[in-house]
Design a protein around this ligand. Structure first.
Ligand code: NA7
Length: 556
């Protein structure tokens, strides 16, 4: 980051009746808190709004049993200063520990004072005449801001599929991403879990132990790998602490922003016996890194290489699940890595319990929800509780859930044509939406690696950009439409080089009925992304159009 400046021209304290801020930030998770901290520290007047009652973002809402993070915990932290860094006792940290860390971080950065909690942003409209964003809030008030910054996360718009009869169900209904703050007691209850993504796969083994009976409703089988979560060796943690700078360098220069070895061999270069030895060692160690990221170079791009790993995992599922019919239902028949890879603790083993049943929804879809349970095309299952582990309207969903309008009143929804024509320069800015930044927005690589690392990169980049604008006395910044389009094409080109261009996953919107398919992420790696962002800034914000306050001149 560059040195600190205050806003050159003092913005008015109010516009009309609304209070005016230099920047308004939506969301108090990892990204919103850091953005707020950076701007506060430099003396900007910042206001944040958060729908939850406290900080935490996704970790505030996702309190379902078994919730934990699939990134290495010793990198799942702010790393911009050693004081902010914290490692956790377990390799994969659990939700309460992460939320505790975020509360600690909020205190340390002193950002709570800038946030109004329990408040949703309902709309954000840009007006050209005063170069200002007007933000309307759920409490009936409005504020205005020079910069409008969304820090709403990629996975915050919960997806509850519209299933006929849902409102008739007499029992309890939960969504993993909107979990109650008090413990949900499953003891003695008949529970149905719909969905087997990360959330379902984490929750299912825990719920199965408590419930009288559990029925899992699965639409698509998953490649889930054993997490083998364990306590981290204190000597290892001390080593990280002793060379904190080295850790930061390693993480920031890695494609998935974790401590990962780089593979050097292609699958065909090893004999089938040698491959099996490599895969077995990775399986024993657990996690996804060794098996899918460190073992071979070509798993994402070569169909045979991919099949070798996929077959290995399929064989493990068959070995683990005792009932061959259930095992076959649980076998995925698409490329490994086509969907977000999942880590589990005893997920497949759970289907060996006598109180757990599996319904494959592609064979026997849900007909309707009835007062006492779920009716499929084949049977009716009595339930006391339904848990929707049905994921999110990812990436675009959080931004399209409120009314954002740029120049000429055009809505973000219309610009993106609901997502079908998604174009967002570096995932952080949009042509036609001056002075608006979307931290880890659609077409950024955030969800393809350790998210806090990308959040730091994005927030620091936005901060430097605002400092630059202030230092040159500029009025507005927004990408040229061509820059938007070029970035969207790049995102698309990168995915075309993989085996996953046509895969059904939430990176393309395929998980939501009726959502237009598009390339919603950048899969070229966090290292390449960081380099590109740095080059854009070094080149005077190449691809952006900057207008000057004084003479309305334009700097390209
Ligand atoms: P995911 O990974 O999107 O998983 C959602 C699950 O719900 C998945 O199995 C879906 O099946 C299933 N689903 C979605 N809609 C339906 C309907 N209409 N009917 C039946 N089943 C449905 O969300 P998670 O919360 O588990 O994880 C989100 C991310 O958090 C994860 O990727 C990690 O990055 C962390 P599908 O596979 O779409 O057929």
């Amino acid at each position: 980051m560059k040195s600190e400046f205050h806003l050159g021209k003092q913005a008015p304290a109010s516009v009309g009746n609304a209070r005016h801020y230099d920047a308004v930030i939506v969301g108090a998770g990892f990204s919103g808190m850091y953005m707020t901290y950076l701007l506060n520290k430099a003396g900007y007047r910042v206001k944040g709004f958060e729908a939850g009652a406290d900080v935490g973002g996704v970790w505030y809402w996702n309190r379902y049993p078994g919730a934990r993070c699939d990134s290495q915990s010793f990198v799942y932290s702010y790393m911009f200063s050693k004081e902010m860094y914290r490692s956790y006792p377990l390799l994969f940290a659990e939700q309460p520990e992460i939320l505790d860390y975020l509360k600690f971080a909020a205190d340390k950065m002193d950002v709570r004072k800038s946030f109004q909690f329990d408040t949703r942003v309902e709309s954000a409209h840009y007006t050209e005449v005063d170069n200002c964003w007007t933000i309307r809030l759920s409490d009936g008030n409005s504020v205005t801001a020079t910069y409008f910054i969304t820090a709403v996360g990629s996975l915050s718009a919960a997806n509850i599929p519209s299933i006929k009869g849902l409102d008739r169900f007499a029992g309890e209904i939960y969504h993993t991403g909107q979990w109650p703050h008090k413990k949900v007691d499953f003891t003695g209850k008949r529970v149905g879990v719909i969905g087997t993504g990360s959330s379902g796969i984490q929750a299912i083994p825990v719920i199965a132990k408590e419930a009288a009976h559990l029925t899992v409703f699965m639409r698509t089988p998953q490649y889930s790998l054993p997490a083998r979560n364990r306590k981290l060796d204190p000597t290892f943690l001390k080593g990280l602490d002793a060379d904190f700078e080295g850790l930061v360098r390693a993480v920031r220069s890695n494609d998935v922003a974790m401590v990962v070895g780089t593979p050097t061999r292609r699958v065909v270069e090893d004999s089938p016996e040698e491959r099996t030895r490599v895969f077995e060692a990775a399986w024993k160690e657990g996690g996804a890194l060794k098996l899918v990221f460190e073992s071979y170079t070509d798993i994402a791009v070569d169909a045979d290489a991919n099949r070798a790993v996929a077959d290995f995992v399929r064989a493990k599922i068959r070995e683990t699940v005792e009932d061959p019919a259930k095992a076959e239902m649980l076998i995925p028949n698409y490329e490994i890595l086509a969907k977000c890879i999942v880590l589990d603790t005893d997920f497949f083993e759970t289907f060996n319990r006598s109180n757990v049943d599996l319904i494959a929804l592609r064979q026997t879809p849900i007909d309707e929800i009835v007062e006492g349970g779920i009716r499929t095309t084949e049977t009716e299952i009595d339930l006391d509780v339904i848990v929707f582990a049905t994921g999110y309207n990812a990436l675009t969903g959080p931004l399209l859930s409120f009314d954002i309008r740029g120049r000429g009143g055009i809505s973000l929804h219309d610009k993106w044509q609901g997502g079908a024509k998604l174009q967002s320069y570096l995932g952080v800015a949009n042509a036609g939406f001056p002075n608006m930044f979307t931290l880890t927005g659609p077409q950024s690589p955030a969800v393809h690696g350790n998210v806090p690392t990308l959040i730091e990169q994005h927030a620091e980049w936005v901060f430097d950009c605002i400092q630059h604008m202030t230092s040159i006395g500029a009025d507005t910044i927004e990408p040229h439409p061509e820059a938007d389009m070029e970035w969207a094409l790049q995102c698309n080109e990168v995915v075309q080089r993989t085996l996953f261009a046509d895969a059904d996953n939430w990176y393309t919107g395929a998980n939501i009925d009726g959502k237009p398919r598009a390339t919603l992420t950048y899969r070229g790696g966090i290292r390449a992304f960081r380099k590109r962002c740095d080059e854009v800034a070094a080149d005077g914000y190449h691809g952006f159009r900057i207008t000057m306050a004084a003479d309305n001149a334009v700097r390209e």
